[in-house]
Design a protein around this ligand. Structure first.
Ligand SMILES: Nc1ncnc2c1ncn2[C@@H]1O[C@H](COP(=O)(O)OP(=O)(O)OP(=O)(O)O)[C@@H](O)[C@H]1O
Length: 255
């Protein structure tokens, strides 16, 4: 078994603590026939930013869903901060997702009838966790939406909505934030700002982020990129250049 390790930023030491995310020999078979993930092992250290890339249909979403407890693997083990989640019941997984995992989606997924502030604190209310006001204030200041808290999502730009979604993902101080194409709906400049923000949250707050993306420039903002092909990890690249990733994906697309 090859366990791959994302590099850790300098100046941070958490020796002795389990990794933020650990996948061991994870296999996912759909309809008892199609193997979407084939014995994938992956270790993501706390405070690191990992990108997942690969051709269409290679298994990126399946990997994200199994790693984030949205779906159960057919075999193998998934641990979030040391807790084995692959054998939990659906109810237990839902509870764990609310308290220990954050999500950022391409389409923001903010509830239109709630204000930005209500959207951000919704995961806490669902988890029954008391709000840490000081943390939340620092978070909305850092994310740059402190002046927008009383607006509804429809009154925000796409970039502002994604910033609000990022603040929501961090409200409960989760073990891992999973981002699924977080810049897919944004123009180039706004996408770059959102990626810079994600990277800064990793570097400043020690947050762990795992991001699926089709964009080599987005992946190049991470500490490392896993390239998935045919349900397996084809490559693990530390700080690859966007051009190298683009070349690799073009080659895989031709296979
Ligand atoms: N619910 C499902 N039932 C059956 N097959 C599925 C299901 N979800 C995904 N698959 C199959 O598993 C494989 C991997 O799909 P997955 O969505 O993980 O790929 P992906 O890399 O995220 O693709 P894309 O970049 O196009 O979103 C594909 O062959 C897909 O058709």
């Amino acid at each position: 078994m090859s366990t791959l390790t994302a590099p850790r930023p300098d100046l941070r030491s958490d020796t002795g603590r389990p990794p933020a995310l650990l996948l061991t020999e994870v296999t996912k078979t759909y309809d008892g026939a199609h193997t979407a993930l084939d014995r994938v092992s992956l270790e993501v250290q706390r405070g690191s930013f990992l990108a997942i890339m690969g051709p269409s249909g290679s298994g990126k979403s399946t990997l994200l869903h199994c790693a984030a407890g949205l779906d159960a693997p057919t075999s193998g083990e998934v641990r979030i901060g040391g807790t084995e989640i692959s054998r939990l019941s659906e109810t237990q997984r839902t509870r764990l997702r609310r308290s220990r995992i954050g999500f950022v989606f391409q389409s923001y997924n903010l509830l239109p009838s709630l204000t930005v502030e209500e959207n951000i604190t919704l995961p806490l209310r669902l988890a029954g966790t008391p709000a840490d006001r000081k943390w939340l204030q620092g978070l909305v200041d850092r994310v740059g939406i402190a002046d927008l808290l009383h607006r509804r999502p429809a009154e925000l730009s796409g970039g502002q909505q994604q910033r609000a979604a990022i603040a929501r993902s961090l409200a409960a101080r989760p073990e891992v934030v999973f981002a699924d194409e977080p810049t897919g709906a944004l123009d180039l400049d706004t996408a770059a700002e959102v990626l810079d923000l994600l990277r800064e949250l990793v570097d400043e707050f020690g947050q762990t982020v795992v991001m699926v993306t089709h964009d080599p420039y987005a992946a190049a903002r991470a500490h490392a990129t896993v390239v998935v092909a045919d349900g397996r990890i084809d490559a693990y690249l530390r700080q690859p250049a966007a051009a190298e990733l683009a070349q690799r994906l073009t080659t895989l697309g031709r296979r």
